[in-house]
Design a protein around this ligand. Structure first.
Ligand code: PEP
Ligand code: MG
Length: 520
């Protein structure tokens, strides 16, 4: 803002336009040339390089002047981004050839920005409060996304340590990857289906290699967020068809547009909601904008002719939303028949259980859907009343809260009674400390961030359901999340006394919760 208001840039440009009667772009470039000249005469290298800051501002004004108001971040060399906030839309538009990681003052580990960072395989640390104040342009940084640590201007010892850690990690991963395609069967013969969550079509190519037995959650909103206009039916169809074909014969569960909340784009949602997480998000947005919803549903139906495609509806809070969507689907099916376009007439329609009201009426919903998936990211947010993106309350975000464990137990019982498949697709499913609890409670289908799949499969192969059931009996009698967490951590330490491949992950993940994130 200071550069923007500077006389040499602002006033001088206006003066040029008035006096020379040249266009604004030309006048701006002339002003910048003059500033550049001045900076080049400064001997101090640090100060003379500040011309880059002016250049950034000039480029931004120029983009606006020529009507190219894409808000993608423009990055010219390999960098780590340090920002107050990074929206999912910013993150989806990052050039991963140049961006090596990012750090933000705000945010939390289950925010959509963090989920995208994992999908893009970018190390990221969020919720660091004052990183933007403490870190300067040109600083050398180490971003340790495992432990949430950022080192500014590391010494040689740190650099050697982290280079070695990176090597070890890659070695460990390639070792575990070798057995990624073995099924996940517990020591006492229970088979668990392990599927992937995917956000971008590019991710899907490696899913079979990491041992994914299908896509349990294909998040579709980033295709809408990484551009300024709406994707067409044909673009969506081509995307979904590619995913269905790559994964075939495994299932691909396409979640309909979950826009709103922390994922929005001014072009689509213009309301200024004071509480977007409780606002016009996901199914609510889609039912209010049937033209957008119908385009997507039609593309999904068309793709269903090319693989095992299923539809999953987000943020369902009442039966009405399910019925309205099903009737829209019927309309589109008739349209496809009229147009002679093939689709799977028996396509399955399921919902994410992520709003407490739907958990309470799951027996009612069971009569109208083909499957359920528990979305613990939002279920925890809405049950514990904790904003996923708010760093001030991130320490309260607790998957082991007894209310969450009880909810999952009830859901498993009711889904069983109604003979409806139940899986889980929240971040809990890929958390090595939560997985034993989920398996012990009775879940047999998990969907997670693809990087974790080989590790979680290996972990499941060393668990016994009989033993876990005894643990669950004890856990169900506990009063606090801390008691549950400590208990599981100790049990895992007994099971894996040495910090081996899996062990390393336990401890890292275990340290992440329960404790308020310290500013490093
Ligand atoms: C969830 O809420 O658990 C979920 C899987 O969906 P998202 O994280 O995209 O809201
Ligand atoms: Mg959700």
């Amino acid at each position: 803002m200071m550069i923007l208001n500077d006389n040499m840039l602002y006033d001088a440009t206006i003066k040029r336009i008035k006096e020379k009667e040249i266009n604004a772009e030309w006048a701006l470039m002339e002003s910048f040339e003059e500033i550049k000249n001045l900076f080049s005469q400064i001997e101090d290298k640090y100060i003379s390089e500040r011309v880059k800051d002016v250049e950034n501002v000039v480029q931004r004004i120029m983009r606006n002047l020529v009507g190219d108001n894409k808000d993608d971040l423009e990055i010219n060399e390999k960098s780590i981004i340090v920002a107050q906030e990074l929206s999912p839309a910013d993150t989806a538009g990052l050039d991963t050839k140049k961006v090596m990681g990012f750090i933000t003052d705000g945010g939390g580990t289950t925010s959509h920005t963090a989920i995208l960072a994992r999908a893009l395989e970018l190390p990221a640390v969020m919720g660091l409060c004052s990183a933007t104040k403490k870190i300067e342009d040109g600083n050398i940084l180490i971003v340790d996304g495992d432990s949430g640590k950022v080192i500014v201007n590391p010494d040689d010892e740190d650099i050697i340590y982290y280079q070695e850690k990176k090597r070890q990690r890659e070695k460990l991963r390639s070792f575990i990857l070798k057995e990624a395609n073995k099924p996940a069967i517990t020591t006492d013969g229970h088979r668990v289906r392990v599927m992937a969550n995917a956000e971008l079509v590019e991710e899907v190519y490696i899913l079979k290699e990491v041992g994914a037995e299908g896509i349990g959650l294909y998040r579709t909103e980033f295709q809408y967020l990484s551009r300024s206009n709406l994707p067409t039916e044909e673009e969506l169809f081509q995307d979904y068809r590619k995913v269905a074909e790559i994964m075939s014969p495994h299932p691909v569960i396409i979640r309909t547009l979950d826009i709103g909340g922390d994922k929005f784009k001014d072009e689509f949602i213009k309301t200024n909601e004071t509480n977007p997480a409780l606002g016009l998000r996901a199914i609510r947005f889609c039912l209010k904008n049937p033209h957008i919803f119908k385009t997507q549903l039609k593309a999904i139906l068309m793709a269903s002719a090319y693989g095992n495609v299923q539809i999953m509806l987000p943020m369902i809070s009442s039966l009405d939303e399910v019925l309205k969507t099903k009737s829209l689907l019927e309309e589109i099916k008739e349209e496809l028949e009229r147009e002679n376009i093939s689709y799977d007439p028996k396509i399955k329609v399921g919902i994410i259980l992520e709003v407490p009201s739907s958990v309470m009426i799951v027996d009612i919903l069971a009569k109208h859907v083909d499957f359920f998936s528990i979305g613990t990211n939002d279920l925890i947010q809405y049950t514990l009343a904790i904003d996923r993106t708010n760093k001030e309350v991130a320490y309260l975000y607790e998957p082991f809260h007894p209310s969450i464990i009880r909810m999952i137990k009830n859901l498993i019982e009711i889904a069983d009674e109604n003979n409806i498949p139940l899986s889980i697709c929240g971040e809990m499913a890929g958390d090595p400390l939560c997985v034993p609890v989920l398996i012990g409670l009775g879940l047999r289908q998990l969907s997670m961030n693809s990087r974790m799949i080989p590790f979680i499969k290996k972990l499941i192969r060393s668990l016994s359901v009989e033993e876990l059931k005894k643990d669950i009996e004890k856990i169900m009698k506990m009063d606090t999340s801390k008691q549950i967490r400590d208990y599981i951590l100790n049990r895992m330490k007994e099971l894996f006394p040495e910090i081996d491949a899996i062990g390393e992950y336990f401890y890292i993940q275990a340290d992440r919760y329960g404790e308020k994130r310290k500013e490093q």
